[in-house]
Design a protein around this ligand. Structure first.
Ligand code: G3P
Ligand code: CA
Length: 243
């Protein structure tokens, strides 16, 4: 199924990985949300992308250097004109969004959070709505050890034989190459191998269009889900007018 994943929420606009960005993604009619899991200093699973908080919060250190209580006082900034917002825990996210008709791309950003992430998602009964992803292959190996059935998506830059063998070894459901590695021929080859294909790294509308033209079936993570919604609606209308 093709999913328009609001990447860290609608992060081209609202502060990434915050409730503002996730809700804005839904308003823009994304049918999926992508987010990143890390652990705070006192062990809580929180949604945060970068290694450090410099870029989005303007403070030193990473979320691992702050307790949840301290993180509660930190504001994350988006584009100017958007109200800064707070970091949320994975559990808060699951409570607010887990029951909705969405697909979740849950990216494991650091080793050691795999089991707690999986257990929390199981607690909310939504493992079947999630694709567990990582650039860090050992994280995916760990997830496969923990659960033989969950859907794994391997994030990588280039379509190499090594990456594809690694994906096969842990029975990935999906492969997620950078958009620049994809064209129609590559996508068809991956489909013949039995993979769902999802793209990342969509930096502008031209890349988005190329990704659509390549025929990816699993969708894409996109910071501007409004533009993808529009493009998908235009395609549907075009098909309708010929039908
Ligand atoms: O879809 C995966 C995408 O999120 C990878 O990029 O930078 O958000 O981890 P990044
Ligand atoms: Ca991510």
């Amino acid at each position: 199924m093709f999913i328009n994943y609001a990447h860290r929420g609608a992060s081209a606009y609202a502060p990434e990985n915050t409730l503002s960005a996730f809700y804005l993604g839904l308003q823009m009619r994304a049918n999926g949300i992508e987010t990143d899991v890390r652990r705070s200093k006192d062990g809580h699973l929180v949604l945060f992308h970068d290694d450090t908080m410099e870029k989005t919060a303007g403070i030193p250190g990473g979320v691992k250097d702050y307790t949840l209580e301290e993180l509660r006082h930190i504001l994350i900034y988006g584009q100017s004109g958007f109200v800064p917002d707070h970091i949320v825990t994975l559990e808060e996210f699951l409570y607010l969004f887990g029951y909705r008709a969405l697909t979740f791309a849950v990216e494991i950003k650091e080793r050691g959070v795999e089991e707690d992430t999986l257990n929390l998602i199981r607690k909310y009964g939504i493992a079947d709505k999630c694709i567990f992803t990582s650039f860090d292959y050992p994280c995916l190996v760990r997830l496969r050890e923990l659960d033989k059935e969950i859907r794994l998506g391997y994030l990588f830059e280039k379509l190499t034989a090594e990456n594809l063998q690694a994906a096969a070894d842990i029975r990935c459901f999906q492969v997620c190459p950078h958009v620049d590695a994809l064209d129609r021929e590559a996508v068809e080859r991956l489909h013949r191998m039995g993979y769902s294909v999802r793209a990342w790294g969509i930096r502008d509308e031209e890349a988005m269009r190329r990704c659509l033209d390549a025929g990816v079936d699993g969708g894409m993570t996109i910071n501007f889900p409004d533009k993808l919604t529009e493009a998908l609606e235009r395609s549907a209308e075009a098909v309708g007018s010929f039908g």
